[in-house]
Design a binder for this molecule. Structure first.
Ligand code: SF4
Length: 449
């Protein structure tokens, strides 16, 4: 850090014209405004876009395509229930207007503030609903819909080297049904990356990793994949990323701001010890792949990808029960998933696997849990690896929904699904107790970009 750069976080406090206390906190990766006893509070990215808010007991998260998800808890005699819903455009606009109204009040008082605070407020007050709507259009001209990411990558910088899913036929999955699979040429990818960098601008500081999208970009054969990764070593991209702290070390978050939806930690703290090769300069790379395609690359190929910054690969395993995998039209078998994990681990790659509690309903419940636990326990998963347990949610209009009726599999109740989650978790036997993998919940409805 040069002597001219501020030591983050920079804090500043003022009073609004109507006598309310107003705190501004500027961090490298976010700007926070907090009124009164920290509610309402607002988080903006370093470019000034509203990222999240906490107002009247509700959390709000805005997506880059300018939608807003509201989340809150309701208490009754049975306990606390988490709720969420997407706001209408009008409702989202009212949260946006409130946030930028508070920012304007802060800017009006900012005569003698530290330079970092003045610059942050300048960045924030350039925005309003109209500009965020124009920004949405720009976002949509750069990206096709970003269907899903693993939870540890919700704050990744998504770069779409491919579009859609090469398989696109699992009966339960509707993420990419309207997006034909396509591999970008290096020139197309270069132009996409340039567009992404220009779009994020200073807000890149909020992003601590790169997610190579879409669903399974790593199916791309090495001959075509390496030139795409070479794009990330070029000019502007390299200049930006090589000076950045990577997700392998703790970001400078400072004390957590009392903002209920403050910038979440983009990496799981204890996973930061997973080390990249010493000569790596890139932000760490992450990606999905289906198990079936892992074996199309050799251990040496995976080692080469690791040397180019690929830190962890996420596999949608779903189940260890082969008849269920076939019924779901998943590519590959339980044995393929095990081989895939062994190959990746042999290459020194971290792995995360996703299993779906409740998929296959009553018809498959017993063998699904049994074989899933058995498969997970056969995997050489250790520290830096992740097991995600996702509660299955049937997508309306999916092939799964039609098959479930036709074959009478019988949906499980939410309580049954939670029991499956508990059964899977309690059946896990850690491969190496000195460095266990992390087991986490994966709620696909929490994802937004
Ligand atoms: S491989 Fe993954 S992304 Fe593709 S259809 Fe199956 S679940 Fe969906």
């Amino acid at each position: 850090m040069s002597s001219l750069e501020p030591a983050f976080p920079v804090r500043w406090q003022t009073m609004t014209a109507d006598g309310r206390s107003l705190h501004v906190m500027v961090r490298e990766q976010a700007i926070n405004l907090l009124l009164d006893n920290d509610s309402p509070s607002f988080t903006f990215d370093p470019a000034g876009r509203l990222h999240g808010a906490f107002v009247d007991g509700r959390n709000y998260r805005r997506t880059l395509d300018n939608r807003m998800l509201s989340k809150w808890s309701e208490r009754d005699a049975a306990g606390s229930t988490r709720r969420r819903r997407w706001l209408t455009g009008e409702e989202a606009r009212s949260v946006v207007d409130l946030a930028y109204g508070v920012a304007s009040q802060a800017a009006e008082q900012a005569g003698q503030t530290p330079l970092a605070v003045q610059q942050a407020l300048d960045a924030v007050t350039r925005w309003d609903w109209k500009r965020l709507e124009a920004d949405r259009q720009r976002f949509e001209s750069i990206y096709t819909p970003v269907g899903i990411l693993p939870p540890d990558q919700y704050l990744a910088l998504v770069l779409q080297a491919t579009h859609g899913c090469s398989h696109n036929a699992c009966t339960f999955c509707t993420f990419y049904s309207d997006i034909p699979f396509r591999i970008k040429s290096p020139d197309e990818f270069r132009s996409h990356v340039a567009g992404v960098l220009a779009f994020f601008g200073p807000a890149l500081a909020m992003r601590r990793s790169i997610f190579l999208a879409d669903a399974n970009a790593l199916v791309v054969p090495m001959k075509r994949l390496l030139p795409l990764l070479d794009v990330l070593r070029e000019g502007e991209f390299r200049e930006i990323t090589e000076t950045r702290e990577t997700g392998t070390s703790a970001p400078n978050t400072g004390p957590s701001p009392p903002v209920a939806d403050a910038l979440p930690d983009p990496t799981f703290p204890h996973l930061r010890s997973a080390s990249l090769p010493s000569d790596s300069w890139l932000l760490p790379l992450f990606a999905f792949i289906d198990a079936f395609h892992v074996e199309r690359k050799s251990v040496a190929d995976w080692q080469e990808l690791r040397e180019r910054g690929l830190q962890r690969v996420t596999i949608g395993m779903e189940s260890g029960h082969d008849p269920l995998l076939r019924w779901l039209n998943k590519p590959g078998s339980a044995a393929d998933v095990l081989d895939a994990v062994r190959t990746l681990k042999a290459a020194g790659m971290a792995v995360s696997v996703i299993v779906m509690a409740g998929v296959g309903g009553m018809a498959y419940a017993g063998p699904h849990v049994h074989d899933t636990v058995a498969l997970l326990n056969a995997m050489p998963l250790a520290g830096g690896d992740l097991i995600y347990v996702s509660e299955f949610k049937e997508q309306p209009g999916s092939q799964y929904a039609r098959d479930a009726v036709q074959f009478g599999v019988g949906a499980l109740t939410p309580a049954d699904i939670r029991d499956q989650v508990a059964a899977i978790r309690s059946g896990l036997v850690v491969y190496d107790s000195s460095q266990p993998p992390q087991v986490s919940r994966y709620d696909i409805d929490e994802f937004l970009y």
